[in-house]
Design a binder for this molecule. Structure first.
Ligand SMILES: N[C@@H](CCC(=O)N[C@@H](CS)C(=O)NCC(=O)O)C(=O)O
Length: 375
């Protein structure tokens, strides 16, 4: 056994970026393997239940899928440079920001990639080379066109609809301004070293906005502090720059971001939960729900946004709630107070069903799938 991990993923992938930045920061020995067509469609599907990336294979040969589970597994094995803060408000913020980075930003990433044709050349070159290494360019291009067709087929579901293009850009520029202002003050979201929050957010900002030519030039380059954070996440300094803010503090520049999460992401979770409840009687515990359900409408300061409800998002919300439930009573109090301060208190009281993950989908948990909220 070499003691090395293997990361299967592509540079253009959202969640591979999250895991790669994590492995780099933790200095975990790993080898990156770009996924070829056979691995994607056959090996990985057989090992994990879906044609998906990233996947991490442990030195013992265990296949791990889902960036959050991968990080949990590696945190337990590599306690040096922890990424989960041990103080309550920062811990709640870290998990909430991870869920938001993973789930909310998907339409932004897909819009900035797929609505601007100049991005395609990079996608075609890299994905062609990774999918079918050594094949003639025209064969690679045909395979990439097929992948692109599948991905474009998801645009409507995640809310990339002509009437919402404007909304997406307004939302994104406003949020990137908030983030740039934060990174002008601090090198990472919670202070002087990265946390789960940064890894959640860097998925979209490394793989999509920070590399695709249109958003890298138009959205990221004008915001130098954001650019520097992306680069720091991808190439962490040899020596950590410091610690999270002392006294469980949340930077004043991060609060507006957390308040947007309270105002938009938490209502999105509530709306998905409503859509899941409508179908609850039809679904057998232990059997995966459909990946997408009916449309939901999410409020925001830029006007309403419509997209399909993805039950998987509730599993990420459950992850935040589980962290609150697992905390000591005095810490739970501090977490509740912090979430209330960000307008996100409802996340803890929504009647979410207990879920288990099946690759990219979720199922109602077979036992005790009643409505549970943290005590
Ligand atoms: N939530 C998962 C999702 C992984 C994921 O969605 N990966 C994308 C590429 S970045 C994918 O493989 N998508 C295939 C699909 O959606 O069918 C994670 O955290 O790893």
């Amino acid at each position: 056994m070499s003691g090395r991990y293997t990361l299967y993923g592509w540079q253009v992938s959202y969640f591979a970026g999250k895991v790669r930045c994590y492995l780099e920061y933790k200095r975990i020995p790993y080898t990156e393997r770009p996924i070829n067509l056979w691995e994607l469609m056959v090996t990985i599907k057989r090992r994990t239940g879906a044609s998906v990336m990233p996947v991490v294979v442990t030195p013992e040969g265990r296949w791990l899928q889902d960036s959050s589970d991968i990080i949990d597994h590696l945190e337990a094995r590599f306690p040096e440079r922890p990424v989960v803060p041990d103080t309550p408000a920062q811990r709640a913020a870290a998990y909430l920001l991870e869920a938001w980075g993973d789930e909310w930003w998907v339409p932004v990433a897909m819009h900035t990639r797929w609505s601007y044709p100049e991005n395609y050349a990079l996608f075609e070159r890299e994905v062609g080379r990774d999918l079918l290494p050594g094949f003639p360019r025209f064969v690679q291009a045909r395979a990439v066109a097929h992948v692109a067709h599948i991905l474009r087929g998801m645009l409507h579901a995640v809310g990339i609809r002509p009437a919402q293009h404007d909304w997406l850009l307004r939302w994104t520029t406003h949020m990137l301004d908030l983030l740039d202002a934060h990174f002008r003050e601090l090198p990472y979201l919670l202070g002087h070293c990265p946390s789960l929050a940064d890894f959640g957010l860097v998925g979209t900002l490394y793989g999509h906005l920070g590399r695709d030519p249109w958003p890298a030039r138009e959205l990221v380059a004008p915001r130098p502090h954001l650019r520097a954070w992306i680069d720091r996440m991808a190439h962490p300094p040899a020596q950590p720059l410091g610690d999270w803010l002392p006294g469980d503090a949340i930077a004043p520049t991060l609060r507006p971001v957390l308040q947007v999460i309270g105002a938009e992401f938490v209502p999105m979770v509530a709306a998905i939960n409503d859509a899941v409840h409508e179908g609850m009687a039809r679904w057998t515990p232990g059997r995966p729900l459909p990946r997408g359900l009916r449309d939901i409408t999410i409020p925001s300061q830029h006007g309403p946004f419509q997209r399909a409800a993805l039950p998987y998002t509730l599993w990420m919300a459950q992850r935040v709630r589980d962290v609150v439930s697992a905390a000591a009573p005095h810490e739970q109090q501090a977490m509740r107070a912090a979430l209330a301060d960000w307008g996100a208190a409802d996340l803890l009281t929504l009647p979410l069903p207990r879920l288990e993950r099946h690759a990219l989908r979720v199922a109602l948990a077979p036992a005790g799938n009643g409505l549970r909220a943290p005590a």
